[in-house]
Design a binder for this molecule. Structure first.
Ligand code: ATP
Ligand code: MG
Length: 401
């Protein structure tokens, strides 16, 4: 993250967006959670800090400005974060005079932007002009109000003046943990980690569940899953994120034997059932998948209706309207893309699709037919085997390597 490194900032100021439009009671609760998530993250860095809420901003005083900035940029609810300096109104002009050469290093043009609340004998515009003249005198730089190389932002609140330069974008959304828990079926492919991240951004705390069905001992999917979880954990700040895995292979073998072309439908329905069971144990309120519409042959509206029927809880599919390149772009931004595309086994084998996928999966599944197949399959026994195999993966799997 680029920052004027020589300048000594007092800490990091974080602004929130959507939270501000909530009712008083909700806003207070959300701000409290936002601050506690930030504090949890900063503690885990071992950084010294003080955090407070003032003027609709979260103000973090810390000597670890770079670290705090990169942490706060991963906190859901934060719209932007900036390193700041705090001076009193009587010190403002002197501060601008002495610091502007350093603040505006390598710039050819500049602007000063003032926002002001409180009672003062001057307007924001008066102060902008006055400070602008001081900066010009000290630096000889051009003033450019339309397209400055660098902008000095000054926020005056009564007698306090916050000065900052760069706004680093946060993810926005709502504080993690304010919207309840969801079970996320995560494959280690590109879409499902993005789906999980989108739910986190809406305030959900996530519980990942991985269906384990390696063929011939090939652990590539599991390895990708673990790498993806490591990245998601970096965003999952302020709540526990237990990670689960269960055995799914026996299901696929049974499905392929009885109804090859229905394998994908039966597989999905089984995954939902296991996810529902885990939801009961953990208090989760919905199931999340990376399913899209019409991206692969089996993802049709007919099929979605039939697989939905197996889930008691709502199945949420945040990726439903995404184009492939959009999910790739977001996966890159989140940081999961590389892990999802990682070639694990050998340097040159490309990632193949699922081994259990039939050559011609049904695209118009009929519910009656599916229920009939399941009655022949002894679905409860298969489900029990999967449910009994549910295990929580120890945290040691996800330590940064
Ligand atoms: P992804 O990119 O997430 O793998 P996809 O577009 O490849 O999705 P599928 O492979 O058909 O689509 O999987 C659809 C969804 O089913 C996934 O997004 C995920 O939510 C879930 N899923 C698939 N495989 C697994 C698995 N091994 N463990 C847990 N969930 C899975
Ligand atoms: Mg996949």
């Amino acid at each position: 993250m680029e920052m004027s490194s020589e300048f000594e900032w007092d800490g990091v100021l974080a602004a929130y967006g959507e939270i501000a439009i909530k009712s008083d009671v909700v806003r207070r609760r959300f701000v409290r959670k936002l601050m506690s998530n930030i504090a949890t993250g900063l503690k885990s860095l071992g950084a010294e800090f003080k955090i407070r809420h003032k003027w609709s901003r979260i103000i973090i005083n810390t000597p670890f400005v770079g670290e705090a900035l990169s942490l706060v940029s991963r906190i859901f609810g934060v719209v932007y974060a900036s390193p700041f300096k705090l001076v009193s109104l009587s010190e403002l002009k002197d501060f601008i005079k002495s610091s502007s050469p350093k603040l505006l290093e390598n710039a050819e043009s500049f602007a000063v932007r003032v926002r002001r609340t409180g009672t003062h004998p001057f307007t924001s515009l008066d102060l902008e002009r006055e400070l602008g003249a001081i900066v010009k005198e000290e630096t000889n730089l051009k003033v450019s109000l339309d397209n400055p190389d660098k902008t000095i932002f000054v926020e005056v609140r009564d007698d306090e003046c916050y000065i900052f330069m760069n706004k680093f974008r946060g993810p926005g959304g709502l504080p993690l943990g304010t919207a309840g828990k969801v079970i996320c079926l995560i494959s280690g492919g590109i879409d499902s980690p993005v789906a999980a991240w989108l739910m986190m951004r809406r305030g959900c705390s996530i519980i990942p569940l991985f269906a384990y069905f390696p063929r011939g001992g090939d652990e590539s999917d599991l390895k990708r899953f673990i790498e993806v979880i490591k990245i998601l954990k970096k965003w999952h700040i302020g709540e526990e994120m237990p990670v689960y895995i269960y055995k799914h292979e026996h299901n696929l073998i049974a499905f392929r034997k009885i109804a090859l072309k229905y394998t994908c439908i039966l597989c999905r329905r089984m995954m939902y059932r296991v996810a529902n069971e885990l939801a009961k144990r953990t208090g989760a309120k919905a199931i999340v998948t990376g399913e899209n519409l019409a991206q692969v042959a089996s993802q049709t509206l007919y099929n979605l209706r039939v697989i939905d029927q197996a889930s008691e809880l709502p199945v949420l599919r945040p990726m439903i309207g995404f184009n492939k390149e959009e999910s790739i772009r977001l996966a890159k931004k989140i940081g999961t893309y590389e892990a999802s595309c990682m070639r694990v086994t050998s340097g040159c084998t490309p990632i193949k699709g699922c081994w259990a996928r039939p050559p011609k999966p049904v695209t118009k599944a009929e519910l009656e037919e599916v229920l009939e197949l399941e009655s022949k399959l002894n679905i409860d026994d298969l489900l029990n085997r999967s449910v009994e195999s549910i295990r929580q993966l120890p945290d040691s799997y996800f330590k940064a390597s």
